[in-house]
Write a protein that binds this ligand. Structure first.
Ligand code: CA2
Length: 151
């Protein structure tokens, strides 16, 4: 069965507890439940993870090779700073969809730079928690197109 890794970075464990005006009232546990249910309707499985540590994110991306067909990545603030995450994504050659709850392009200038964007298949941002299920469908569509051309 196709498996996806949904990886969440720093501070996303706080979702639903603070700054609901920016990030919504949904908790990360709610998002995981919605992703698990959505994946089931699509006949795929997911592994859902969150860490506050950049190195652990790298380890999870490396370990995805051979286990997961795609990665949905909300790298949190590391999006805007981490060349290491960019390199890790490039090295594993697994399609990544960059995801953000907020519209990073409509926020502070420092959030408008993403090191992930240049190595991602695409980016979904600004739709809140629903973005995660949109990303599941987007990566399934991408994987279908890849296998259709024998990639
Ligand atoms: O919009 C997103 O999903 C972000 O990746 C969230 C990151 C932020 O640094 C990115 O620029 C955009 C921050 C996640 C922090 O989440 C919190 C949730 C509740 C309370 C405090 C922080």
């Amino acid at each position: 069965m196709t498996s996806l890794l949904i990886l969440n970075g720093p501070n996303l464990n706080l979702l639903g507890t603070r700054q609901p005006e920016v990030y919504g009232a949904t908790t990360l546990a709610d998002i995981e439940a919605a992703c698990t249910a959505h994946a089931k309707t699509r006949g795929i499985s997911i592994a859902f993870a969150q860490t506050n540590h950049e190195g652990e994110m790298l380890d999870l991306i490396h370990a995805a090779k051979g286990t997961h067909k795609g990665i949905i990545l909300n790298a949190g603030a590391y999006t805007h700073t981490s060349v290491a995450l960019m390199d890790a994504i490039q090295s594993v050659e697994i399609p990544v969809i960059e995801l953000h709850l907020s519209n990073i392009h409509a926020r502070e200038a420092f959030r408008q730079k993403s090191f992930i964007a240049q190595v991602a298949v695409g980016q979904i941002c600004g739709f809140g928690a629903i973005g995660y299920t949109l990303a599941i469908d987007a990566i399934i569509d991408h994987l279908g197109k890849k296998s259709a051309v024998g990639a």
